[in-house]
Structure formats: structure tokens, C-alpha cells
Design a protein around this ligand. Structure first.
Ligand code: KIV
Length: 275
């Protein structure tokens, strides 16, 4: 996304402008102040305090167990560090599905307690009433359709969505999110041609993750993209760095230095002198 003035804060209206101008939107997850400052300085447009923190920060098997109380301090840290990026917080599983009122209660906590600029929730037609309630209350919402990790048990695992006859429902879900007032929608694990057709039929931008280059923007979980995650990652992940390797090497070096007495050195000691 290009901007009129450097370092001017990104607002939700800039997402519609980016789509109209054909400028790709860049997004990453972030869960702490240090990575938020780094990604913000790199001109990432949207920082998502995703419920993927359940996996990559808290070590849970799925995103389902993470709570609003666990995500709020992370959202506050990211929002405090980002100067340009639009910061969006995920509404955790169980905190919004029951009713528009429940969604408003949870979203208003994020808005009051963290200083994020928007929230994200999963679901299309079935969540339209929640999205409408939030947007009509002045809380910007990013939708999320296709593979929705909070429903992974219902969907039968990490399964590509929108193939064949399921394309019509995917489009209906994305349109429902748009009509309810969302400023953008994440499309996760959708065939590239399907995602492109959905993108062409929406006014709001699509942000893809495993949904091909035809989306208006892309998002990745940063630990996957920069190689802190070890083991198997989904096929859509490109590893831009090997942070696990760099950190492991640095930690081994430190351990060697402490064991050998090479750390700390004279230069790293305080002197016993009066000031
Ligand atoms: O929680 C998350 O990180 C997400 C992205 C995968 C879009 O929802």
C-alpha cells in the first residue's frame, strides 16, 4: 500500500483506496512490542494480534483455548509500538459467536483496554449480525472466511475451502461480511482462482493466506515467515529467514562462553570506584 506522506498512520479508509488503486496490502501477525516496532518500520500496513498466539506464543495445540484476558496484554503491547500500521486484534473463540451483544462486549474491551484500531472475527453469513453491530457502534471489523481455524474441528482439520460447488457459499460468506460493514476480509486456504474471483466481486479488499496472488493483500504468521517455527509449515508459507537457526547458534555460543569463563570479560564488569 503506498501512502501520501511517509509514516502517516494507516486508517481503514486506506484499505479501500489501496484496492481501488491496485496497491497490494501487506500484513503480518505480531504479539509483542519489539516485533511490532520492527514490522512497523518495515512498512507492514496491518499488524494482526492473531489468536494464532495460542499456537506460537502460548504453545496450545489449537487456537481455541486462548482467552480475551490472554490476548489483551499482547494487543496493548503491539498497539503501543506501532506508529504507522493499523493494529487489529482477533476476537477469541467463544467470545463473540453467541450474540451481537456478546461480540460488542468483547470488542469494546479490546478498544478500551488496548488501543487497537479494529477487531477481526471468523465467519461469514453466520456472523453478519455481529459484524453489523460492531461496525454500527464505530468498531471497524476485518472478516475472516474460507478456512477458519476456530472451527477446525467442525471443518475436519486444516482443509482447503471453497473448492468446486463450495465456491458459491464462500462468495456468499464474503459478500455477507462486506454488506455487514467490514473494511476488509481475510481469505484463508482457498484455491487461487476461487480467491481471485471472490476478490473481483468484492468492493472491500481481500487479504489472503494460502489464497494465491489474486488477493488484494497477503498476511502470514511471522514465526512461520521468518523461520522461528520449526517442523512442518503449510505449503503457502515462504521462509524469509531462519531465526530458529540464528537464535539456536547464539544460545549455543553464549552457553560455551559462560562455561569456559569467556563471558563476562573485564570490559563487561562494573568498576568498584566512587562517582
Ligand atoms: O490468528 C491469525 O494469525 C490469523 C491469520 C492466520 C490470518 O487469523
Amino acid at each position: 500500500m503506498s501512502q501520501p506522506e511517509p509514516r502517516k498512520r494507516i486508517r481503514t479508509r486506506h484499505f479501500a483506496q489501496a484496492k481501488a488503486a491496485g496497491h497490494k496490502i501487506t500484513a503480518l501477525t505480531s504479539y509483542d512490542a519489539l516485533t511490532a516496532a520492527i514490522f512497523d518500520a518495515a512498512d507492514v500496513d496491518l499488524l494482526l494480534v492473531g489468536d494464532s498466539a495460542a499456537n506460537v506464543v502460548l504453545g496450545y495445540q489449537t487456537t481455541l483455548p486462548i482467552t480475551t484476558d490472554e490476548l489483551i496484554p499482547m494487543a496493548r503491547a503491539v498497539a503501543s509500538a506501532a506508529q504507522r500500521a493499523l493494529v487489529v486484534a482477533d476476537l477469541p473463540f467463544g467470545s463473540y459467536e453467541n450474540s451481537p451483544e456478546q461480540a460488542w462486549q468483547t470488542a469494546s474491551r479490546f478498544m478500551k483496554e488496548t488501543n487497537v484500531a479494529a477487531v477481526k472475527l471468523e465467519g461469514g453469513e453466520r456472523m453478519a449480525a455481529q459484524i453489523r453491530r460492531l461496525t454500527e457502534s464505530g468498531i471497524p471489523v476485518c472478516g475472516h472466511v474460507g478456512f477458519t481455524p476456530q472451527s477446525e474441528h467442525g471443518l475436519g482439520g486444516h482443509v482447503v475451502q471453497g473448492r468446486g460447488a463450495a465456491e458459491a457459499q464462500l462468495l456468499a460468506d464474503a459478500l455477507a461480511v462486506e454488506r455487514a460493514g467490514a473494511f476488509a476480509v481475510v481469505l484463508e486456504m482457498v484455491p487461487a482462482d476461487v480467491a481471485q474471483r471472490v476478490t473481483e466481486q468484492l468492493q472491500i479488499p481481500t487479504i489472503g493466506i494460502g489464497a494465491g496472488a489474486g488477493c488484494d493483500g497477503q498476511i502470514l504468521v511471522w514465526q512461520d515467515a521468518f523461520g522461528l517455527t520449526t517442523g512442518r509449515t503449510p505449503r503457502f508459507v515462504r521462509r524469509y529467514a531462519d531465526l530458529a537457526g540464528v537464535l539456536g547458534e547464539a544460545a549455543r555460543h553464549y552457553v560455551d562462553d559462560v562455561r569456559s569463563g569467556a563471558y563476562p570479560s573485564e570490559a563487561e564488569n562494573y568498576e568498584n570506584t566512587q562517582q
